[in-house]
Design a protein around this ligand. Sequence first.
Ligand SMILES: [Zn+2]
Length: 301
Amino acid sequence: MNFKMIVVMKKIKYLFLILVAMCTATSCSEDDLSPDSIFDTTAPQRNEFDNWILTNYTTPYNIDLKYRFEDIESDMDYNVIPADYNKSIALAQMVKYLWLEVYAKLAAPEFLPTYCPKIMHFVGSPEYNAASGSIVLGTAEGGMKITLFNVNGLDVENPNIDVLNEWYFKTMHHEFAHILHQTKNYSTDFNDITPGKYSGEGWVNLKDADVRKEGFVTAYGSSQPDEDFVETIANYIVKSDAEWQNIMSQAGTVGGALIQEKLDMVTEYLSDSWGIDIQALHEEVQERQSHILEMDWTTLK
Ligand SMILES: [Zn+2]
């Protein structure tokens, strides 16, 4: 059963419950019944943004962008709020410019429509994980859906690239890299670069600057090899050359050599498995990032 069917079925259930309640209250007789369907059988009303999504996401990339709140799409264990309409418009255009068009330009034409999650879901607030005290930046479920949180925290007029990367774009490269390695495995040689050093759940107590000396790009990357693999990819793509150099100098000689070994291995993986040049990805993203303050994100184009 797909998501839409679940949503429709849920609505049917609600309608059914309302009908039952009405009948109980007014003791329906048969003449109350109307021959008209209780379900909306007209074509959906699409607003300007919906049409833009069809033209810019669905038709070229086979992606449905959900910005309206549908709680079936979010994790019921958390309290989250809907994404603001205008912020959703801005973020949708940023995702297109800083993410979709980059892969569209540098990968084979069928790459995004085939492997990109079919659903992108915008949620207004962050998702807090009370148990671990961490904040969920994004989730990718079975390669089908990417959820971006904190859309209402977006600064549309003065977007800061570090904030954008932390909340959205690094997260998207991270989650997408999971989809790629779940589709085509990377060599287990990667796990042997820093064997026995993965910290599991303990990563939350570690600092980026410290784990770099051990050969990890980020603390989260030190949790387990899959996270290490995708953190190496995502950080290399979005960090400027100066920021990457800073990571390498924090890592020092030993850690730096290990991180370089990992970077070489993800480079080889993306090239051999997907025909993607990570250096070109990095350069394209850096070029686009340098223009974000000049652009109007509020008007649909
Ligand atoms: Zn991950």
